[in-house]
Design a protein around this ligand. Sequence first.
Ligand code: ADP
Length: 162
Amino acid sequence: MNRTAIYPGSFDPVTYGHIDIIKRATNIFDQVIVAVADNYLKKNLFSKDERLEMLKEATKDIKGIRVEAFQGLVIDFAKKNNVNVLIRGLRVISDFDYELQMALTNRRLNEKIETLFLMPSEGYSFLSSTLIKEASSLGADVSSFVPKSVEDKIKEKLKNLK
Ligand code: ADP
């Protein structure tokens, strides 16, 4: 049986924390669909296409994954792809509240969908896309948290915003 999971998120932008989770997921599943949420309510720094492009570049050497964008509910995207496992990353305890609410809401919407939580290595446990954007805007070196291509993109984006 071919086991597939979906790892949904904003990936605004992708960090080594996300990549860590993607690699762990590929050790468990035959195929992982990394799904970039195209949600107009959420204020992202990068457009959907920019987030997709950065993710594709950052994961090009990882086997068994597919990077795609989706609109609307993740459970509908899962159903369309015939997938019943969602992967989410759990960093610090503060993630738990939100992730539990979301997992239970998704389960309420579709009983058959299970959410599987994976923990990143400790080194990435405090890493978030928001932190990277803030630190970078203040001039910090973020090269140990995001791939070079992403670092360059953030710098370019922030320069254009000034
Ligand atoms: P969302 O807006 O859906 O939370 P994110 O791109 O911020 O999208 O995160 C997608 C998933 O990846 C979430 O489950 C989040 O907890 C997880 N994640 C984000 N950063 C890390 C990290 N450093 N380590 C492990 N998981 C992470």
